[in-house]
Design a protein around this ligand. Structure first.
Ligand code: PMP
Length: 330
């Protein structure tokens, strides 16, 4: 018989797939790491497992405890899945820009979800950061993983995702391109690849226009899961060789192209990262192997990025004088 002991054994070891259509005319090889094939549907399963493992080991999380975390959804799914398997309760706090589909996924695993306004300062008592801080004090046996500062977040990528990429590419990877949210992915994978390659692998961050990583003020943008209005501890500011700034219009147009031209139904941050990867590929040589991280799948965005009415309402599909999908595609 061939089977896994539990769903948690399905985390990691995701495949690389070559992008063939969106890369037309570019000589370098662009490989996508398909993280939506993790059992919770995103790259965040990896950090959820390691953060909980380490909290159990240190005694920060005790049997029957409650996990409280501000999350845009994916980290919540990973935590909810691991918590379900190990008997913990979960309360998640997320900003109101997160799609209802995503919130319902969290509830499906048995978690509680608290929704907070996006358009307030992080220091505002209504912000999702502050509300989760308050809940930590109010709930007995509460533990906050804090993916923004928990070293287990980048460590999961340093010890797992990074070595996977080195092995899968037979050490031929020349560039890593990843979106930056907490910074865990780029910092963990990037640090490992820099070390193992003797500094040869170039690390490139993709960031929504408006976010601090690409020099913005933190003003709102619509792509979910990436960009920040503050500098998280888990982001190593010294590591990235380059940051590519990407507009919402570019991210969403590429997200749609990935489904229609590559058969990859992914989220907006994956589209954003691919826009970054293509910018890198344009300056690369034919021998270069560029790996781009696709953090999650597109099912959580059917009512937004894959919905023409929503795209039109926000000016991404013609008529409004804004950049249109048609213009970005051509
Ligand atoms: N894309 C999505 C959809 C995410 O949920 C996240 C995590 N916030 C990221 C990208 C960014 O990953 P990281 O937090 O490791 O920088």
């Amino acid at each position: 018989m061939q089977y896994y002991e539990s769903v948690l054994d399905l985390i990691g070891n995701t495949p690389l797939v070559k992008l063939n259509k969106v890369t037309e005319g570019l000589a370098a090889t662009v490989l996508a790491k398909v993280e939506y094939l993790n059992p919770g549907g995103s790259i965040k399963d990896r950090i959820a497992q390691r953060m909980i493992d380490e909290a159990e080991a240190s005694g920060a999380l005790r049997p029957g405890g409650t996990i409280v975390e501000p999350t845009s959804g994916n980290t919540g799914v990973g935590l909810a899945m691991v918590a379900q398997q190990r008997g913990y309760k979960c309360v998640f706090v997320c900003p109101d820009k997160v799609s209802e589909d995503k919130r319902n996924v969290l509830k499906a695993y048995g978690a509680e979800v608290v929704v907070c306004p996006t358009a307030v300062d992080p220091e505002d008592p209504r912000s999702y950061y502050k509300v989760s801080d308050r809940l930590i004090h109010e709930i007995e046996g509460a533990w906050k993983p804090d993916q923004y500062s928990n070293p287990a977040n980048p460590a999961s990528h340093y010890h797992q995702t990074g070595p996977e990429l080195w092995k899968q590419t037979d050490g031929k990877i020349t560039h890593l391109v990843a979106g930056v949210g907490t910074g865990g992915t780029i910092t963990g994978i990037g640090k490992y690849l820099k070390e193992v390659s003797g500094g040869k692998v170039q690390v490139v961050g993709a960031d929504p226009e408006g976010s601090v990583y690409s020099g913005g003020t933190g003003r709102p943008y619509l792509v979910e899961g990436v960009g920040e209005d503050f500098w998280p501890e888990n982001y190593d500011r010294e590591l990235a060789d380059r940051i590519v700034e990407v507009t919402d219009a570019e991210s969403f147009a590429m997200t749609r192209r990935l489904a229609r031209e590559e058969g990859l139904l992914v989220g907006g941050s994956a589209g954003m990262a691919v826009v970054g990867a293509l910018a890198v590929a344009r300056d690369a040589s034919p021998d270069d192997v560029i790996v781009v991280i696709l953090p999650d799948g597109g099912r959580g965005y059917l009512s937004k990025i894959f919905n023409d009415a929503w795209m039109t309402e926000f000016g991404f599909m013609g008529g409004s004088g804004e950049t249109t999908v048609g213009e970005v595609l051509s």
